[in-house]
Design a protein around this ligand. Structure first.
Ligand code: SF4
Length: 376
């Protein structure tokens, strides 16, 4: 027999062997049901990508949501951590296709809050009992490292935990903020589908995004990341990969926002139940990472007026009430239909407290760091 024939035979045998192995790999999923997958994840807090996909596709959401709520209760208790959010600038040099703050959106009235006024807003937040200040903005170069360091250290003087959500920076910039006292950093990965990411975020790259998250982790920040659920072109398969990625970091906080179409953006307006999809993602993350912090995002209230409360009952344990001064709120429009635009910081504080009490939960008096109680 010639060596070519032998080689061909080997290739054929390997091909069949590979397919048989694949069949064995998917057999357990074919015969899985919601109970067996939930049993597994509740015990081990692990799932393979195909099992995550099964949960994303399930119609049996009641069991899924209540399993996550039980895990939340076991590891995080009934306390809800409040993070006071200051949206201090809506200028952005980036041009993400889905975002109302994108550089090319000329319909936005742009604003910036001066460093001293940001610190003053934080000072006032002390009176409402907040322990964390979240500083959020577009990627705005006006806030140089020196300006940011001054803001961070000014806020730290009031004994706050400081979270930054100001986009992609260099390692040195992240280090300077950390040296100034910043404790946490939020940088959503948005999607781990590289083709989709690069298409939706022109001029940016998934590789750099991942590198930024690695650097944040290296510098000892608590790492927050997350995705947008329902982006045009996104598949459930890619969301399953996103979830695996978030667990692999592993994140200390995971924020999931439903896609909400903004008419002043060039993206396609697609319809879908992204509220339920977001809830499913929250629940799966809670089951996989039982003690991380998961916010009930404000965007959930845009799609369902009880959205944040429903999220809190499906695995979430954090709320980020806005303390952005009322005059600026309507201009920070990443997506339209945002709630509480006419509210004051005081209104938001008391409204949230009443909502939390209405579901028999209570506001945490601690700083709300990620405490690894599950041993994961
Ligand atoms: S998503 Fe963030 S980085 Fe992208 S345009 Fe909006 S504010 Fe800028």
């Amino acid at each position: 027999m010639s060596s070519v024939i032998v080689m061909n035979l080997i290739v054929i045998v390997l091909f069949y062997f590979y397919n048989i192995l694949n069949i064995f790999a998917i057999l357990p999923i074919m015969y899985a049901n919601i109970e067996s997958i939930l049993d597994k994840v509740v015990q081990s807090h692990t799932l393979c990508e195909k099992e995550i996909l099964y949960l994303l596709e399930t119609k049996d959401t009641k069991k899924l949501f209540s399993a996550a709520d039980e895990i939340r209760k076991k590891y995080s208790g009934d306390e809800v951590h409040l993070r006071a959010l200051i949206e201090f600038s809506n200028y952005c040099k980036q041009n993400c296709l889905y975002c109302g703050l994108r550089r090319d959106n000329s319909h936005v009235t742009r604003y910036r809050v001066e460093p001293q006024d940001i610190i003053e807003s934080a000072r006032k937040a002390k009176n409402y009992g907040y322990k964390t200040i979240v500083l959020q903005s577009g990627e705005d170069s006006y806030y140089t490292v020196e300006r940011m360091a001054k803001i961070i250290s000014g806020i730290k003087d009031f004994d706050f935990v400081v979270t930054l959500s100001i986009g992609e920076k260099t390692f040195e910039e992240y280090k300077a903020y950390r040296d100034a006292g910043a404790d946490r950093y939020l940088l959503r990965i948005e999607t781990t589908d590289e083709t989709l990411y690069n298409k939706l975020n022109p001029g940016m790259s998934l590789k750099n995004r991942m590198l930024c998250i690695e650097n944040i982790k290296k510098l000892g920040y608590e790492v927050g990341s997350g995705i947008i659920a329902g982006l045009p072109g996104q598949t459930l398969e890619s969301i399953a990969k996103d979830i695996v990625y978030l667990k692999s970091i592993p994140v200390d906080m995971a924020g999931i926002g439903p896609f909400i179409y903004h008419p002043d953006t060039p993206i396609e307006n697609i319809k879908g139940d992204f509220f339920e999809l977001s809830l499913k993602i929250i629940t799966i993350l809670r089951l996989l990472m039982p003690d991380i912090n998961i916010p009930a995002t404000t965007a959930m209230d845009t799609l369902n007026k009880e959205g944040r409360l429903i999220a809190l009952q499906s695995g979430a344990n954090v709320i980020m009430p806005s303390i952005t001064e009322t005059i600026y709120r309507k201009y920070y429009e990443i997506y339209p239909g945002k709630v509480c635009l006419g509210a004051t910081p005081a209104d938001c504080r008391y409204c949230i407290e009443n909502k939390i009490k209405s579901i028999n939960r209570r506001i945490s008096t601690g700083k709300g760091f990620h405490i690894r109680q599950s041993g994961l």
